[in-house]
Design a protein around this ligand. Structure first.
Ligand SMILES: *[C@@H]1O[C@H](CO)[C@@H](O)[C@H](O)[C@H]1NC(C)=O
Ligand SMILES: *[C@@H]1O[C@H](CO)[C@@H](O)[C@H](O)[C@H]1NC(C)=O
Ligand SMILES: *[C@@H]1O[C@H](CO)[C@@H](O)[C@H](O)[C@H]1NC(C)=O
Ligand SMILES: *[C@@H]1O[C@H](CO)[C@@H](O)[C@H](O)[C@H]1NC(C)=O
Ligand SMILES: *[C@@H]1O[C@H](CO)[C@@H](O)[C@H](O)[C@H]1NC(C)=O
Ligand SMILES: *[C@@H]1O[C@H](CO)[C@@H](O)[C@H](O)[C@H]1NC(C)=O
Ligand SMILES: *[C@@H]1O[C@H](CO)[C@@H](O)[C@H](O)[C@H]1NC(C)=O
Ligand SMILES: *[C@@H]1O[C@H](CO)[C@@H](O)[C@H](O)[C@H]1NC(C)=O
Ligand SMILES: *[C@@H]1O[C@H](CO)[C@@H](O)[C@H](O)[C@H]1NC(C)=O
Ligand SMILES: *[C@@H]1O[C@H](CO)[C@@H](O)[C@H](O)[C@H]1NC(C)=O
Length: 630
C-alpha cells in the first residue's frame, strides 16, 4: 500500500476528492498481481535463453524489441476476423510537417463482419528504425479526427522495433464510412546533427465479426472532429495563446448524448510543464540552468460557445528522450506510445448547441500559471465529439451551472544567496453542470460533475541544476443520465522526478535522474468496458558526455527501469506484467492474466539477465542524444 502512503503524505490539508478509487475497488488489481508466482510457475522461465550481445556500436545483433506496456484489446476468441493494412510509410527526409495521407474504405470481406456491426476493431502500429534519432511525436487521424497519439523510440544503431495495439471500436462511425487515414510522424534527417534514423511504419486494422458470446457493442452514431480539418496537414491545434483552438460544430438535431474525447500534450517549453517554476521564483536561478517559468500547473479546458463545459488535468507522458533518455530504452514510460485520452460529457449543452440563432463552436484551451499567455509554447490539442442520436428533435436547457473559479495557490522561499529554492503549488477545482433534455427517449436529467486536486512541491539547488519535483494529481469525473452512471474517470497520478544537471556544462560532464511515476485509473468510458489500470514505474539513469566546448555528445550511459502493470475489466479480462530493463537490455519480462497471449513477453533471446545490457556506448563516431530540457 505504498501508493496510499504517498497519497496521504502529499495530500495533507488538501481537499478530499469524492468518488475516488477505493481500496476495495483495487482489490482485483492487487489480487491479480499477487498471483504472479502461481501463474508463472506453469509457464517457462523466459530468462533461460541466450543473451543478445547488444550494444549501440555493434552492428551485428538482432533488432532490439522496445515497448510501452499496454493491455491488449479484448476481442472475440471464436468468430471470424480480417486484417487490413491501413498505411505503410517511411517517415524520413522531408517528412516534417508532411503527413502520409491515404484513402480509407471499410473492409468488404465476409470474414470481417457486416459493415458497421463489428464486435471490435483493433489497430497494430509497428515501427522499425535503425540509426540515431530523437523521440518524435506521431499522430494518426481517421477522416481528420485524431484516433491515436504516439511517439517514437530513440532507436539503436543495430535496429529497434516496437509494436503497440489499440482498441478503436468506439470510432466505428468513422470506420464504417469512406474517408482518409493520415499519419503525421514529423521526422528530420540531418547528417550535420548525425540524425539518420527513419521510421518505417506499418499500421494495420483488425475487424472482428460479432459472435454469440461477443455481440456488437453499443457505440455512438456520429462523430464530429475537434480539429483544424486540414486535408493534408496535421489536424491538432498547436496552441500557444490563451485563445486556444476553436471548431465550429453542427450537432444532429436528434442528439441524445454527446461526449468529447480529448488528446493533449505539452511540447517544447511545455514538454516538462510539471517542472516549470512559478514566475515569482525564476530570477533565483542561474540563466544557464534553463529553468522555464509560468509554473507547473496546467488545466486543459473545453468550452461550448465560450462557456466552460469541463476540464482535464493531464497525466504527464514522458517521451523516450525525456529527462534522461537512457531511462527509456527498451522500456518506455507509460503512455509514450499510446497517450491516455480523457472524456467530458457535454450532453447538458446539447440544447445550447441546437439553438438556431447562431453558429456554435467548441474551444480547447490551456490555462497555466503565467500571464498573457498563461503558459509557454506550446500544447497540441484535439478531440472528437461522440454523439448518440434518437428519432426526434431534442430540446431542453441547462438547469444548474455551478462552476466556481479554479483555486491555485503558490508559496515558496529562497535561502541566502539563492542556494536553495523551495516552491509549493496547490490547486483544486470542482464543478457541477446539470441539464434537462426532452428527447425521443423521454426526459433525461443529466448531471455532470468533476472534482480535482493537485499538489506540486519542488526544491532546487545549485542555481537550478538540481531539481526535485513531487507532484500528485487526483480527480474524479462522474456523469449520470436519469440517475444512471454513464461516465466515470477516477484517477491518481503521482510523479516524482529528481534530476541532476550539475555537471552538464563541464568537460566530460553528464546528467542523470531518478523518476517514480504511477498511473492508477478506474475508467468507465461512454462506450466500451469499464476497466482499471494500475501502472507503477521507477527509473534511474545517467548519461556521460564528451568534450566541451563545442557540440557535446552522449558517449555512454546507464539506465534502469522497472514497472508493475495491471489491467482488470468488467468482462473479467485481466493483464498483468512485471518487467525490468537495464542498460539497453531486458532484465526480466513476466506476463500473466487472461490476455497474456495477445501481448506476450519479449522473446527469450532478448533477455540479458540481472545485469541488463552493456549500456549504450559510442566509440568512434559521435552520436547525439537529446538533453532532458528543451
Ligand atoms: C503487428 O504488426 C506487425 C507488423 O505488421 C506484425 O509483425 C505483428 O505480428 C503484429 N502483431 C500482432 C499482435 O498482431
Ligand atoms: C519497411 O518495412 C517493410 C515491412 O516490414 C519492409 O518490407 C521494408 O523493406 C522496410 N523498408 C525499409 C527501408 O526499412
Ligand atoms: C494541402 O491542401 C490544400 C487545400 O486543398 C492545398 O491548397 C495545398 O496545396 C495542399 N498542400 C500540400 C502540401 O499538399
Ligand atoms: C466559424 O463560424 C464563424 C461565424 O460564422 C465564422 O466567422 C468562422 O469563419 C468559422 N470558422 C471556421 C474555421 O470555419
Ligand atoms: C537571487 O534571486 C533574486 C530573486 O529572488 C534575484 O533578484 C537575484 O539576482 C538572485 N541573486 C543571485 C546571486 O543569483
Ligand atoms: C464561438 O461562438 C460564440 C457564440 O456564438 C461566439 O461569441 C464566438 O465568437 C465564437 N468563437 C470563435 C472563435 O468563432
Ligand atoms: C522553505 O520552506 C520549507 C517548507 O516549509 C522548509 O522546509 C525550508 O527549510 C524553508 N527554507 C528556507 C530557506 O526558508
Ligand atoms: C522512488 O521510489 C523509490 C522506492 O520507493 C525510492 O527509494 C526513491 O527515493 C524514489 N525516488 C524519487 C525521485 O522519488
Ligand atoms: C549530481 O551528479 C554528480 C555527478 O554524478 C554527483 O557528483 C553529485 O553528487 C550529484 N548531486 C546530487 C545532489 O546527487
Ligand atoms: C563514460 O565515459 C567516461 C569517460 O571515458 C568514463 O569516465 C565513465 O566511467 C564512463 N561511464 C560509463 C557508465 O561507462
Amino acid at each position: 500500500m505504498r501508493l496510499r502512503m504517498l497519497v496521504d503524505a502529499l495530500l495533507v490539508s488538501t481537499p478530499v476528492v469524492l468518488g475516488q478509487v477505493t481500496f476495495e475497488e483495487l482489490k482485483p488489481v492487487f489480487d491479480g498481481l499477487a498471483q504472479k508466482s502461481q501463474e508463472l510457475a506453469a509457464s517457462e522461465d523466459p530468462r533461460l535463453e541466450a543473451r543478445v550481445p547488444l550494444s549501440t556500436d555493434d552492428p551485428t545483433v538482432a533488432p532490439l524489441v522496445d515497448l510501452q506496456v499496454f493491455a491488449p484489446p479484448v476481442v472475440p476468441q471464436d468468430g471470424t476476423w480480417c486484417e487490413v493494412v491501413l498505411l505503410e510509410h517511411i517517415f524520413g527526409d522531408g517528412s516534417f510537417g508532411a503527413p502520409a495521407v491515404v484513402p480509407y474504405s471499410p473492409p468488404t470481406d465476409a470474414d470481417c463482419g457486416e459493415r458497421g456491426k463489428w464486435a471490435a476493431i483493433s489497430l497494430n502500429l509497428t515501427v522499425y528504425s535503425i540509426g540515431t534519432q530523437y523521440d518524435r511525436l506521431g499522430v494518426i487521424y481517421l477522416s481528420q479526427t485524431e484516433i491515436w497519439r504516439t511517439s517514437s523510440a530513440e532507436p539503436t544503431k543495430t535496429g529497434t522495433v516496437w509494436t503497440t495495439l489499440k482498441d478503436v471500436t468506439h470510432f466505428t462511425p468513422l470506420f464504417e464510412q469512406d474517408g482518409t487515414v493520415k499519419m503525421d510522424f514529423s521526422n528530420i534527417i540531418d547528417s550535420s546533427l548525425l540524425l539518420d534514423g527513419v521510421f518505417n511504419v506499418t499500421l494495420t486494422a483488425t475487424f472482428h465479426a460479432p459472435t454469440e458470446s461477443f455481440a456488437t457493442p453499443k457505440t455512438s452514431d456520429f462523430i464530429i472532429p475537434l480539429s483544424n480539418l486540414s486535408p493534408n496537414l496535421t489536424n491538432y491545434f498547436a496552441v500557444d495563446t490563451d485563445a486556444g483552438g476553436t471548431t465550429n460544430v453542427t450537432l444532429p438535431e436528434t442528439a441524445i448524448e454527446a461526449y468529447v474525447e480529448l488528446l493533449v500534450s505539452g511540447n517544447a517549453a511545455e514538454e516538462f510543464w510539471y517542472q516549470n517554476a512559478p514566475d515569482e521564483f525564476v530570477d533565483a536561478f542561474s540563466t544557464e540552468a534553463g529553468i522555464i517559468g509560468k509554473g507547473p500547473f496546467r488545466e486543459v479546458q473545453i468550452l461550448v460557445d465560450e462557456k466552460l463545459a469541463g476540464v482535464v488535468w493531464p497525466y504527464a507522458v514522458i517521451y523516450t528522450g525525456g529527462i534522461t533518455p537512457s531511462n527509456w530504452r527498451p522500456l518506455t514510460s507509460y503512455g509514450a506510445y499510446d497517450a491516455p485520452t480523457y472524456w467530458i460529457d457535454i450532453t447538458p449543452f446539447i440544447p445550447t448547441l441546437l439553438t438556431e440563432d447562431t453558429v456554435h463552436n467548441i474551444t480547447l484551451k490551456v490555462v497555466g500559471q503565467g500571464t498573457n499567455p498563461t503558459f509557454n509554447s506550446n500544447w497540441f490539442l484535439s478531440g472528437s465529439v461522440h454523439v448518440r442520436t434518437g428519432t426526434s428533435k431534442t430540446t431542453g436547457r441547462i438547469t444548474s451551472y455551478d462552476v466556481p473559479d479554479l483555486n491555485i495557490d503558490t508559496v515558496g522561499n529562497v535561502s541566502a544567496k539563492n542556494a536553495t529554492v523551495w516552491t509549493k503549488v496547490t490547486g483544486s477545482r470542482s464543478l457541477n453542470i446539470e441539464g434537462e433534455l426532452q428527447t425521443s427517449e423521454g426526459t433525461k436529467k443529466v448531471k455532470f460533475s468533476q472534482s480535482l486536486t493537485y499538489v506540486n512541491e519542488a526544491s532546487y539547488a545549485d542555481g537550478g541544476w538540481i531539481q526535485t519535483t513531487n507532484q500528485i494529481t487526483i480527480g474524479t469525473t462522474i456523469s449520470t443520465h436519469q440517475g444512471v452512471q454513464v461516465l466515470r474517470d477516477a484517477f491518481t497520478y503521482p510523479l516524482s522526478v529528481f534530476s541532476n544537471y550539475s555537471l552538464y556544462d563541464m568537460q566530460f560532464g553528464g546528467y542523470g535522474s531518478e523518476i517514480n511515476q504511477t498511473h492508477t485509473r478506474a475508467l468507465q468510458p461512454p462506450t466500451g468496458p469499464s476497466h482499471m489500470i494500475h501502472s507503477v514505474q521507477h527509473a534511474k539513469g545517467f548519461i556521460g558526455m564528451d568534450d566541451w566546448p563545442g557540440l557535446r555528445h552522449a558517449i555512454n550511459g546507464t539506465g534502469a527501469t522497472d514497472q508493475t502493470f495491471a489491467y482488470v475489466d468488467e468482462r473479467g479480462a485481466t493483464y498483468f506484467r512485471d518487467v525490468a530493463t537495464k542498460n539497453d537490455g531486458w532484465v526480466r519480462d513476466n506476463v500473466w492474466g487472461t490476455l497474456r497471449d495477445a501481448n506476450p513477453p519479449v522473446p527469450a533471446n532478448q533477455i540479458f539477465g540481472d545485469q541488463g545490457g552493456p549500456g549504450f556506448r559510442r566509440s568512434v563516431e559521435p552520436r547525439l542524444f537529446r538533453r532532458g530540457r528543451p
